[in-house]
Design a protein around this ligand. Structure first.
Ligand SMILES: NC(=O)C1=CN([C@@H]2O[C@H](COP(=O)(O)OP(=O)(O)OC[C@H]3O[C@@H](n4cnc5c(N)ncnc54)[C@H](O)[C@@H]3O)[C@@H](O)[C@H]2O)C=CC1
Ligand SMILES: O=C(O)C1=N[C@H](C(=O)O)C[C@H](O)C1
Length: 265
């Protein structure tokens, strides 16, 4: 069965890779794209998308109503991604959201909507298989090491901090690690922010520099030893096998799944 797909954010770093993925996958069809510009034009005509003959919409609701796709792949910005995911569900379209920056409350609301509409939806903070394994391994290690800090390193054009991956990692660790405040009880920041952000007492440090793509270290400390689990995405192609798996899987779901670890065998 051919899966008809709309991509939101096709001209972005991730969007371009997603367009290439859909083009080269036999059972995927690029039904349309949602962009901020070029309404009514065709993707192949705006430059840089040879062979991708799909109509461009700037109005997501009109796109879903006219094109009636099976799946939306959203790779935009946090505010836009939330709006698109909700609109998609309201139009009977299954969202696969790579966009990060959603709060737990927003994910909960989208879950309720997906269940009300009996539609599949996937929000994946990280589509790279290696990153998903890093998160799983970190959750495993947290049973044995309760002191942990996360350092995530990204390119300097990233809008959200901490990264969706770092937040998801901290959430997975918090599921198995007793809540605690780490470090010296009397420690004091002499420069605000020196100890990073904190999720359930787990410090998260965000580095933004040109040259990076997407990287994360989860460092555990115990008596006389440390354990570091690190993942590096060196190229955005690293995310595409996860996007493909999510699109195929969302067709068979009737609820929202948050995190690729739930669908990776
Ligand atoms: N889940 C994952 O594995 C990954 C997720 N991401 C996330 O994906 C999102 C996009 O990342 P990048 O591609 O690096 O960003 P980017 O800035 O290169 O691309 C975002 C695109 O969204 C478009 N956009 C903004 N508002 C729009 C609107 N109203 N309608 C349609 N398009 C709109 C922009 O024009 C831009 O082309 C971010 O939230 C990022 O954190 C990035 C890499 C991997
Ligand atoms: O913006 C990015 O680049 C990335 N965003 C995702 C995140 O916030 O975790 C996934 C990956 O780290 C790349």
């Amino acid at each position: 069965m051919t899966i008809r797909i709309v991509i939101a954010g096709p001209r972005g770093r991730m969007g371009r890779e997603a367009v290439a993925l859909v083009q080269k996958t036999e059972h995927f069809e690029l039904a349309a794209v949602i962009d901020r510009r070029y309404d009514g034009q065709r993707l192949a005509d705006i430059g840089g998308f040879a062979g991708a003959d799909a109509p461009i919409y700037t109005d997501a609701a009109r796109c879903f109503a006219e094109v009636k796709p099976d799946v939306l792949i959203d790779l935009t910005t946090p505010e836009v991604g939330k709006r698109h995911a909700e609109l998609a569900l309201r139009h009977g379209v299954r969202p696969v959201v790579g966009t990060t920056g959603f709060t737990p409350e927003e994910i909960e609301r989208l879950t309720e909507l997906a269940e009300e509409k009996e539609l599949g939806a996937i929000i994946a903070p990280n589509f790279a298989v290696g990153a998903v394994l890093m998160m799983k391994f970190a959750r495993m290690a947290a049973k044995y090491f309760t002191d942990v800090e996360i350092i995530e390193l990204h390119h300097d054009q990233k809008l959200d901090a901490p990264s969706g991956t770092a937040l998801k990692t901290a959430q997975l660790i918090a599921e198995v690690r007793p809540s605690k405040k780490q470090g010296h009880p009397d420690e004091k920041e002499t420069l605000a922010g020196a100890r990073g952000a904190a999720y359930d007492g787990i410090p998260i440090h965000s580095v933004r520099l040109p040259g990076f793509v997407a990287h994360q270290e989860v460092i555990f400390g115990g008596d006389g030893q440390t354990l570091t689990i690190r993942h590096d995405s060196l190229d955005r192609r690293s995310f595409m096998s996860g996007v493909k798996l999510a699109v195929e899987t969302v067709m068979h779901l009737h609820t929202l799944v948050y995190g690729l670890e739930h669908i990776l065998e």
